[in-house]
Design a protein around this ligand. Structure first.
Ligand code: GLU
Length: 305
């Protein structure tokens, strides 16, 4: 995909807890890549899952990003305030024949579906219409055709939607949009041209691209960064209680994130202040060493679990 629009990137954390080193890597990678291309960098808070949200986390994330010296362009987007746009998109997909209401529970899908690389393939129960007497609980997009992506770091990825992904959720049983739909609608609405994010989201890309194509939007270019692993070789995540970033020592953690991203800040910058480090990082950003890297352990100086 050749991209002729001016670069616009973004960072889109979910407020399920404070940012950790893995989040910092995604924030730094997306920020430096955007600034290196004289692009904009937007901040979006993916707060569409009240049950998993942690009170105060969104404000905490914004505060931490501020302390670390990130400067988002434009107003921060909160997905919780964009439900109308998601409902409209679901409706549009329905009228286009590309989405259908589904009455299956999660349990039924897990029981009847076929295991695949990224979850279970929907068994197709409601694809041709709700069985008599059933009520719609969720909405699903029809997974058809194949999506081919050229990931800037991970190379070519081709996914056959029907056999590898299956009809996927676009609206959950609680009425909130599903992640793929919300991310696709917002990336398109914000005119995002480049998505730089963690490798754990690589397989989320094909359904998101499909939604954009269904809605007539131009998908961005994708670049998936290596995942930061803890001492046990597991990805750092809020779920496995990765240590939150330490707002009192941002420069030390930025230095560690740069090293993780295979940048080569000179050793004497280990004790540099934030401005000096950012200045160096912006002048020297080089994404080439990240090509083909899917995961790496955090360095010794990085906060672990
Ligand atoms: N909100 C998602 C997360 O925190 C990431 C969304 C994205 O970058 O597409 O995992």
């Amino acid at each position: 995909m050749t991209e002729s629009r001016p670069y616009r990137g973004r960072f889109a954390p979910s407020p399920t807890g404070p940012l950790h080193f893995g989040s910092l890597v995604a924030a730094v990678g997306s920020y430096l890549d955007a600034r290196h291309h004289y692009g904009e960098w937007l901040l979006r808070i993916d707060d569409i899952d009240p049950a998993r949200e942690q009170a105060g986390a969104a404000d905490g994330i914004r505060h931490t990003l501020d302390i670390f010296g990130f400067e988002p362009d434009g107003p921060v987007v909160y997905q919780s305030q964009r439900r109308e746009a998601y409902d409209t998109a679901v409706e549009q997909l329905y009228w286009q024949g590309l989405a259908f209401p589904c009455g299956c529970t999660r349990k039924m899908v897990l029981r009847d579906g076929r295991p695949a690389m990224n979850g279970v393939i929907y068994p197709g129960t409601c694809r041709q219409g709700l069985p008599a007497g059933w009520e719609a609980r969720t909405w699903r997009a029809r997974a058809e055709g194949s999506v081919h992506i050229h990931d800037a770091f991970q190379g070519p990825v081709t996914v056959d939607l029907a056999s590898d992904v299956g009809d996927f959720l676009i609206q959950r049983a609680d009425g909130w949009p599903a992640y793929h739909l919300a991310a696709a609608v917002d990336d398109a609405a914000s005119g995002i041209t480049h998505v730089v994010r963690g490798h754990d989201l690589l397989l989320c890309t094909p359904p998101q691209v499909l939604v954009m194509e269904y809605l007539g939007a131009t998908p961005p270019t994708y670049a998936h960064l290596p995942l930061a692993l803890n001492a046990q070789g597991r990805k750092l995540s809020k779920q496995n209680l990765a240590q939150p970033l330490d707002d009192t020592a941002p420069a030390r953690q930025l230095f560690a994130a740069l090293k993780f991203l295979r940048q080569r800040p000179p050793a004497q910058l280990a004790d540099a202040d934030l401005d000096t480090l950012w200045h160096w990082a912006l002048a020297h950003w080089d994404a080439r060493p990240l090509r083909g890297m899917t995961a790496a352990p955090c360095g010794e100086d990085v906060p672990r679990e």
